[in-house]
Design a protein around this ligand. Structure first.
Ligand SMILES: *Cc1c(COP(=O)(O)O)cnc(C)c1O
Length: 405
């Protein structure tokens, strides 16, 4: 329920936490197929990709996730409160003033600048951490140019990991930025650089290298496509455990591969059966009949060509329904597709139910998900909105209640 004594405006997302658990186990099995030592980080940044951290972090832990990945220290502290025993990885870097909190909450940061290393070392010392007791994941920039230390600056940062430092490199990490490109040209170049980085770590600081446990590279597309096996191969050569970090697939959506139809693509046919975790719903608030020539919605961008039956639904762009979907997308009611007619308003939209028999006030309307034999997928939204499923999910507004089912 909510803080009121009456039901809220009906616009909510049902979160099937069992689907998430099954997805996690399926993905981990896939990773363990590449290497029995493989670790699978459940990525729960962005409020669990808009699916609710509060619901999804514990579900991932129930499914056996030992590691949860987020972007910020704030998110990491929220995860810590929900999953006290999990390892929590902050992938977005530690900003000035955050190091003491990172140490205090037992969070594992990715690091790549001297400033980060210095600040964390000071914080770990201040907290009384002994030599090598505070672990970090050293991120290498292998080609994305977003974060990570470049190979030219790697020796300088490696020199900071002295035997008496409280910091220890637990993982050598990188982010593959094109695992969804089936030709693997970019990934191959990245993974060559990653292996060069491993060579440098061993040459420049063998003591630190001996304590590295994981090679962390690859997201959903790497695991479902070809990169995962290559990461596992490199990890095996260097006696490391491969660590894959899966986000989108955890929520039941397989990234699409390029070109379309390439191996490992769309259908999630490469081993893991994924089930979408979210169904986003609203209800019919009221119905009306309009005559031919009636204009519908702001600026009358739709004019009825015949007498029509229209349903008003409680979802608008303030809920995260893209305004550009007006006149070019359908929602589901009574298991059938009902076109959005006219512009999407801030808090409301109008669907055409002329051809759908028996639609009544209060009927459930599916914005994203399955109803009857029909489905509206995150990729349907993404394609119509000119974006990707990651953004579709994370744009669903906080005011849309996430309800565990
Ligand atoms: C978001 C993210 C992931 C997970 O990516 P998906 O494509 O959603 O699986 C993995 N690693 C890093 C560094 C990320 O930022």
């Amino acid at each position: 329920m909510n803080q009121f004594s009456f039901p809220a405006r009906p616009c909510w997302a049902e979160i099937d936490t069992r689907a998430l658990e099954e997805n996690y186990r399926g993905l981990r099995e896939l990773a363990r197929g590449l290497a029995s030592s493989a670790e699978c980080v459940a990525v729960v940044k962005g409020d669990a990709y808009g699916h609710s951290l509060e619901l999804c972090a514990p579900a991932a832990v129930r499914a056996g996730a030992a590691w949860l990945g987020v972007t910020s220290v704030e998110e990491a502290i929220a995860v810590r409160a929900l999953a006290s025993a999990a390892r929590v990885l902050v992938m977005g870097g530690v900003f000035a003033g955050q190091s003491a909190a990172v140490v205090e909450h037992g969070i594992t940061p990715s690091v790549w600048t001297l400033r980060q290393v210095n600040a964390l070392e000071d914080a770990a010392r201040a907290a009384g951490a002994g030599a090598g007791k505070f672990t970090v994941h050293l991120e290498i920039d292998t080609g994305m140019s977003r974060q990570g230390v470049g190979l030219d600056e790697l020796p300088e940062i490696l020199a900071r990991f002295t035997p008496d430092s409280p910091l220890r490199i637990e993982a050598v990490m990188t982010h593959l930025y094109a695992s969804d490109e089936a030709n693997r040209v970019k990934s191959s170049a990245q993974l060559e650089r990653l292996e060069e980085a491993l060579r440098m770590v061993h040459a420049a600081n063998p003591a630190a290298a001996a304590k590295v446990e994981f090679l962390s590279a690859g997201a959903s597309a790497a695991l479902l496509g070809g990169d995962g096996a290559v990461v596992a191969g490199i990890a095996a050569r260097w006696k490391l455990k491969p660590m894959l970090r899966v986000g989108l697939a955890l929520y039941g959506v397989a990234p699409r591969f390029l070109p379309a139809g390439a191996a490992g693509s769309g259908d999630a046919g490469s081993g893991a059966k994924l089930r979408p975790v979210m169904t986003w719903k609203t209800r019919v608030g009221s119905l009306r009949e309009v005559p031919a020539d009636a204009e519908i919605g702001y600026n009358g961008t739709f004019t009825a060509t015949e007498p029509m039956r229209l349903a008003l639904v409680a979802v608008g762009y303030a809920d995260g329904l893209d305004r550009r979907l007006g006149n070019r997308f359908s929602l589901l009611v009574r298991g059938e597709r009902a076109p959005l007619v006219g512009r999407v308003s801030m808090d409301q939209a109008v669907i055409d139910v002329t051809e759908i028999a028996g639609v009544r006030e209060g009927d459930e309307v599916v914005i994203l998900g399955v109803q009857g034999g029909e489905e509206v997928t995150a990729y349907d939204h993404a394609d119509a909105e000119g974006t990707i499923p990651w953004e579709v999910f994370t744009r669903i507004a906080p005011r849309v209640e996430r309800a565990r089912v």
